[in-house]
Each structure stands twice: as structure tokens, then as C-alpha cells.
Design a protein. Structure first.
Length: 303
């Protein structure tokens, strides 16, 4: 079992669902954790989800600090990192997990709607990593795990803003992986299929039970560990199965003097499997799990 004794982690979106599961798993293996989840209007400390998770950890003998900064605010990342260092004296691991759902089709989304989703999912991740990066560079060690989505790679009906934000996170993940490699900073992404509050309306009956958030944890823990050898990887995790997500770019075909429709057919017939949508990628995973015959909701791929 991976030992995180002496390591300090930040987990955003840790009040419920996957984030809570990640925080509990890290603490169970010795880590000290800042549990971040924003305070909702009217909530007092003892009533916040972050406080309750931290209290559960303390009751089990672990160490956690609740933190209520809203990651959509530009100074939240700095505040969370400062809290980790003030409480525990260091920072080794960042799990950027927070997001908000998209509730409207593209033609009904305003620019402000897009900004709200990007402020939480992308900029909430960016500001946190910008604050943590100098700490990790200076100490010559760090582990970062971002949270992405298949719609960020393959696109999906009804997820224009959410998918775009997650696609931006994947690009940021790969870029930071290249920048941090020589300083022993590993930056990877988890693209989860898991039962949670956000997926409750999208996973068909009989399937949700197969996608417990705890099934994502083994890969998350490895990516957050000192032993992790991956860097810049996007790992799809769900139902106890794991895949490597990547941008397919197989060998090409000459185009001079050839109709472009023929060129397109030629370059489409190459090794690699680009999925036409996130739903198609999810349906393929269900086939791997022997669940292909069961009905799946159209948007069963939200984390």
C-alpha cells in the first residue's frame, strides 16, 4: 500500500463525491490534507461539506484542515496553498477536482455562462497550480493530478462549455508536465466515470452501481505518489477499468493532386481509435465491462 506519511495534499471539490473519496484515501495512507469546498450562502462552519469531511477525518485519527475559498476567485489558489503551508508546513500534492455542471445547450448559453464554467473548472485549476508551482519547483518535488472529461477530448452534445474547459485542463496538464519534469514534478490527469451528485441524472439504472468513486482511487493514489513514473498522462478510470487517453495523430497521406475527400478517407484509415463523441467512448467502455446491452443515458459521461 502506498505510504503518504509526511506528505501534505490539497484536494479541491473535496466536500462530496470524488473529491471526498480522494481526500479520505490520502489521509488513510498517512497524508495530511487541506479539504477545500466553497461555502454555500447561509452556511456556518460546522455545516459546510468541507468542515464535515475534515471532522470525519479527525474522528478517524487523521489530520485535515477545512478550507472554504471559492476557486472561481483569482486569489483562491494562493489562499489554499498558504493554508496548507501554515497548517502543515509544506505542500507535496495537489488534486484539482472542482467543477460545475452545464445546464443548457450551446445556443442558450451566454458568454457569462461560459465564463462561469471556465472560472470554476479551468481557472480554478489554473490559479491553484500557479500558486503551488513555485513551492514545488523550490523543493524539487511535486505531484499534481487534474480532473478532466472525455468530452474535453471527443466533444459531446450538451457539453460545449464544460467540455471546452476540461479540454483546456488537459492541454495545461500536458504543458506543465513538460515544464516540471526536470524538477521531479509529475503532472497527470484523471478522467473519471464515477457515481456522484453530478452524474445522478445521467447514469442509467443498473449502471451507476458499477461506477463507485472508490474504483478511481487506486490510480489517483499512484499518480499522487513518489513512485509515479507517468508524466503528462490522461488516465480514463471507471468501473475498475483504466485506459490511456491521448490525441490520435497517426501517419498521414500525401495530398498533392489528390481530392481532399480521398485524402481524408486515407488518413482516417490509420491505427488509433478516435471516438466520435464522449458518449461513444463511454459505450465502448461499457462493452469492456460487459454492460453493452444495458441502456445508457445520453450524457452518462459527466464526472
Amino acid at each position: 500500500m502506498t505510504d503518504f506519511t509526511g506528505r501534505v495534499a490539497i484536494v479541491t471539490g473535496a466536500g462530496k463525491g470524488l473529491g471526498r473519496t480522494h481526500a479520505l484515501a490520502l489521509v488513510a495512507r498517512g497524508a495530511e490534507v487541506v479539504v477545500n469546498n466553497r461555502r454555500h450562502p447561509g452556511e456556518r462552519d460546522a455545516g459546510t461539506s468541507a468542515f464535515r469531511v475534515a471532522a470525519d477525518i479527525a474522528a478517524a485519527g487523521g489530520h485535515a484542515k477545512p478550507h472554504h475559498a471559492d476557486v472561481a476567485h483569482s486569489d483562491a489558489g494562493r489562499s489554499i496553498v498558504e493554508a496548507a503551508r501554515a497548517e502543515f508546513g509544506r505542500l507535496d500534492i495537489v488534486i484539482a477536482n472542482v467543477a460545475v455542471p452545464q445546464a443548457a445547450q450551446f445556443h442558450k448559453l451566454s458568454a457569462d455562462d461560459f465564463r462561469r464554467i471556465f472560472d470554476v473548472a479551468f481557472f480554478g485549476t489554473l490559479h491553484l497550480l500557479q500558486a503551488a508551482w513555485p513551492v514545488m519547483r523550490a523543493q524539487g518535488y511535486g505531484r499534481v493530478v487534474t480532473t478532466t472529461l472525455s468530452a474535453g477530448r471527443s466533444g459531446n452534445h450538451g457539453l460545449s462549455a464544460y467540455g471546452a474547459a476540461k479540454g483546456a485542463i488537459e492541454s495545461l496538464t500536458r504543458t506543465l508536465a513538460a515544464k516540471g519534469a526536470h524538477r521531479n514534478i509529475r503532472v497527470n490527469a484523471i478522467s473519471p466515470y464515477a457515481r456522484s451528485r453530478m452524474t445522478a441524472d445521467y447514469l442509467a439504472h443498473g449502471i451507476a452501481e458499477r461506477f463507485a468513486p472508490e474504483q478511481v482511487v487506486p490510480m489517483l493514489l499512484w499518480l499522487a505518489s513518489e513512485q509515479c513514473g507517468a508524466n503528462g498522462a490522461v488516465i480514463i478510470a471507471g468501473g475498475g477499468h483504466f485506459r490511456l487517453g491521448y490525441n490520435v495523430e497517426p501517419s498521414g497521406a500525401p495530398g498533392e493532386g489528390t481530392p481532399m475527400a480521398d485524402v481524408y478517407r486515407a488518413i482516417s484509415d490509420r491505427p488509433g481509435r478516435p471516438y466520435p463523441s464522449a458518449t461513444a467512448a463511454f459505450d465502448s467502455l461499457l462493452g469492456d465491462l460487459g454492460l453493452a446491452e444495458k441502456p445508457v443515458a445520453a450524457h452518462a459521461n459527466r464526472p
